[in-house]
Design a protein around this ligand. Sequence first.
Ligand SMILES: *Cc1c(COP(=O)(O)O)cnc(C)c1O
Length: 379
Amino acid sequence: MMDIPYGCQYIDASDIAAVVEALRSEWLTTGPKVPEFEEAFADFTGAKHAVVVSNGTAALHAAMHAIDIGPGDEVIVSPMTFAATANCVVYQGGKPVFVDVDSDTLLIDPDRIEEKITPSTKAIIAVDYAGQPCNYDKIRAIARKHNLSYVADSCHALGAAYKGHRVGALADMTVFSFHPVKHITTGEGGMITTDNPILAERMRVFRSHGIATDHRQREKQGSWYYEMVELGYNYRITDFQCALGISQLNKLPKWLARRQEIARVYDEAFAGFPYVMPLSVSKDVLHAYHLYVVRIMDKEPSKKRESVFKHLREKGIGANVHYLPVHLHPFYKKRFNTSAGLCPVAEQAYEQILSLPIFPKLESCQQEYVIKTIKDIWS
Ligand SMILES: *Cc1c(COP(=O)(O)O)cnc(C)c1O
């Protein structure tokens, strides 16, 4: 019996050695591996600054804090995402305003953003869903015109590129996650990249209680004195996690190539197969394929998405659904009075989508089994 998840980490002996070495060092939490990981990550993405935190959700929260989102503020958010993308606005007392997605890509539809902008709108959080970069040019132009911050949730898109430029330096701030199903992992971890030194510094202060100087700086200055300048959190990450992150980042190019190869095999298998329709990919992008998402097109009950999902699970294939649109979660319905009908394109897609297994360790024979099991449903 096969047992194939939809996503899975890749940990090798060099990763383990890197963590062990860090554990044997003098530093467990914030030590030399933190700036080393940040610099390597900034280099990879092409951003000027990178700020590492304890998880992707903390990274989103830090980004909202850095641009002073607060009560009364509205932030435009895509509904086709993990709830954390919108939750970070709520943490700060703001209101997420959902803008429907494009039906071919399930990326936020730039042509629908402006109709939702009000005098209270402060920012746009656009999600590079599944690993495909959004239309950065269009969203940036809208943000500039209305004086909004553009925050990219690129938790799916590490290594992706838009018009030849890696995500990470294309928005005002870009957020990444190092959860085990993402492209690289630190167990739990997150990063924000930005070219803006003021935003970067605010997020560094925010991740450590709002305290202005870190303990290493104090030590250097020979002083015990510190001040808390604003309300922060403990969103720090450990040194041994950063050691893992550095080791993982070295392997990212190879893993991206493998994800793209897996996607190509799925693309070919489903080309001309009318019941399984992969999402479309823009010519302007290099897709990072965190997810491989298809729409199940059959209307017959036994062959609709839910039945296909159950069948695949029975066959040991960990297909998944990403996502229930955020505005349909009970919390959002209660708190913000959202309901079905608000984002019809996302809602209709939600009934049809299925994420198929894709991760660097997926073997070709496993992928062949996934493809055959799916196609057999219609044979
Ligand atoms: C994973 C993910 C997050 C949250 O990251 P965590 O590290 O799990 O907190 C946020 N947004 C998106 C789109 C994600 O996929």
